[in-house]
Design a protein around this ligand. Structure first.
Ligand code: CP
Ligand code: NVA
Length: 307
């Protein structure tokens, strides 16, 4: 049987895999900017399963697959038998006999792991409650493009210790940088989960200003992630002092970047002045999702392309 890999969490790939990917993202992006066709995935099909809403992840995977000569099938809970309780294992067995690669956005990480365990083809995590590895791959590529290697740098994470935050923690352990986290009381990183990621790579701060001090990159995300909408009102109150504004950016390094995976809420987790300001690279970050997904699809379907 042919061997293949999944991308279910950031720690599934090594630092060496990421060095290869960063170079391939750069090449694929340059080629795209020059309007040079690159069609290595002709006759390949990607199935995308969305159990939560998406704009960037859907468009980047779908456009990326078509741009590389492949095709895409888009499924949601509502328009597939997943919404009528067909077991995830059976869904995996069936879909993976018909397509070459699968991307899933769902709730529990255990669900995507169960799918992958019964899949004959590579599975990509397009976001779960626990992780968002494609996003952090795009964020780190964006940092490298703007500032060079992320190794040894400091990333300030302000707000909720959510899926994006935990993926930063995993990435810090793989690529060797630090994460300074500030969350409101009650929303801290879970010690047991963090312990499994390696304790030397992050530090928690009660005051968001202290987390941002001297940082190379300041980043945040929505206060209420998809699936947690019932907590929205309580979170609005708890997170009120965790807005990334000019005061917080002012204590980071003078050339610090601001990133946000988007969608953003101006006036909640980030001020309009920061999101739309000179240190913000959120639109490059969003565009890079496209180039990243293409390099990821190439890597999982064709291995290490060297040219
Ligand atoms: N950042 C991100 O994953 O965006 P979407 O939810 O729009 O896919
Ligand atoms: N943390 C957010 C990210 C959205 C891209 C969520 O899970 O809803």
């Amino acid at each position: 049987m042919t061997s293949f890999r999944h991308f279910l969490q950031f720690s599934d790939f090594s630092a060496d895999d990421y060095q290869h990917l960063f170079e391939r993202i750069r090449v694929i992006k340059q080629r795209f900017k020059r309007y040079e066709p690159y069609l290595p995935l002709t006759d390949r099909t990607l199935a995308m399963v969305f159990e939560k809403a998406s704009t960037r992840t859907r468009v980047s995977f779908e456009a990326g697959m078509y741009q590389m000569g492949g095709s895409v099938i888009h499924l949601t809970t509502g328009d597939s038998q997943l919404g009528r309780a067909e077991p995830i294992e059976d869904t995996a067995r069936v879909i993976s006999r018909m397509v070459d690669i699968v991307m899933i956005r769902t709730f529990e990480q255990s669900k995507i792991e169960r799918f992958a365990a019964h899949s004959r083809v590579p599975v990509i995590n397009g976001l779960t409650n626990e992780y968002h590895p494609c996003q952090i791959l795009a964020d780190i590529f964006t940092f490298i493009e703007q500032r060079g290697s992320i190794s040894g740098r400091t990333v300030a994470w302000i707000g909720d210790s959510n899926n994006v935050c935990y993926t930063w923690l995993q990435a810090a352990a793989v690529l060797g940088f630090k994460v300074h986290i500030s969350t409101p009381p009650g929303y801290e990183v879970e010690p047991a989960r963090a312990a499994a990621l390696g304790t030397t790579h992050y530090r928690e701060f009660a005051d968001p200003l202290e987390a941002c001090r001297g940082a190379d990159l300041v980043t945040t995300d929505v206060w209420t992630s998809m699936g947690y909408e019932a907590e929205n009102e309580a979170r609005l109150k708890a997170f009120a002092n965790w807005c990334v504004d000019e005061r917080l950016m002012g204590v980071a390094k003078p050339d610090a970047l601001f990133m946000h995976c988007l969608p953003a809420h101006r006036g909640e987790e980030v001020s309009a002045a920061v999101l739309d300001g000179p240190q913000s690279v959120v639109w490059d970050e969003a565009e890079n999702r496209l180039h990243v997904q293409k390099a990821l699809l190439e890597f999982l379907l064709l291995g290490r392309v060297l040219e």
